[in-house]
Design a protein around this ligand. Structure first.
Ligand SMILES: [Zn+2]
Length: 150
């Protein structure tokens, strides 16, 4: 026995049990398959739920949600460009490590030759520097200290 989900021309859905697929086809041809609700013999196999693409297809929505975690190529290219710009900029900049806050102040107050420096600063140091009117910018991408490069 096999069971088919059937649907009449009035949209009633019901199950029909048949000996085989051929059995179903034969009975249907002879008008023996009728809707139990309205008696209509205009019966066909009901579309199976998974095969029916619904509006706002849930599976494609799931795919879109997943794709939301992936960076669009333009954004990835832009980040790549920024990373390149950063490493270009840092080539002419001196790594001062943990002395960054101290060195930044020395440059700001004219106590040493101005030059581009980069190094480490705590959030607290960074806030103090900014409050003192010293222009600092966060490094967007992780930079290894030169003595960590080997
Ligand atoms: Zn019906």
């Amino acid at each position: 026995m096999i069971v088919f989900d059937l649907c009449c021309d009035a949209g009633h859905r019901f199950e029909g049990w048949f000996g085989s697929s051929d059995d179903y086809a034969g009975q249907r041809r002879r008008g023996l398959v009728a809707c139990p609700q309205c008696g209509s013999a205009a019966v066909d196999k009901a579309p199976m739920a998974p095969a029916v693409p619904k509006k706002g297809n849930q599976r494609s929505e799931a795919r879109q949600a997943l794709a939301g975690g992936v960076m669009p190529p333009e954004a990835a290219a832009m980040l790549h460009k920024l990373a390149e710009l950063q490493s270009e900029a840092l080539k002419s900049s001196t790594w001062v490590g943990e002395a960054f806050a101290e060195q930044s102040r020395a440059i700001h107050y004219g106590e040493r030759e101005p030059e581009a420096i980069h190094g480490q600063a705590s959030a607290h140091d960074a806030r103090e520097l900014i409050e003192e009117g010293i222009t600092i910018a966060p490094i967007l991408f992780p930079v290894a200290a030169p003595d960590e490069l080997n």
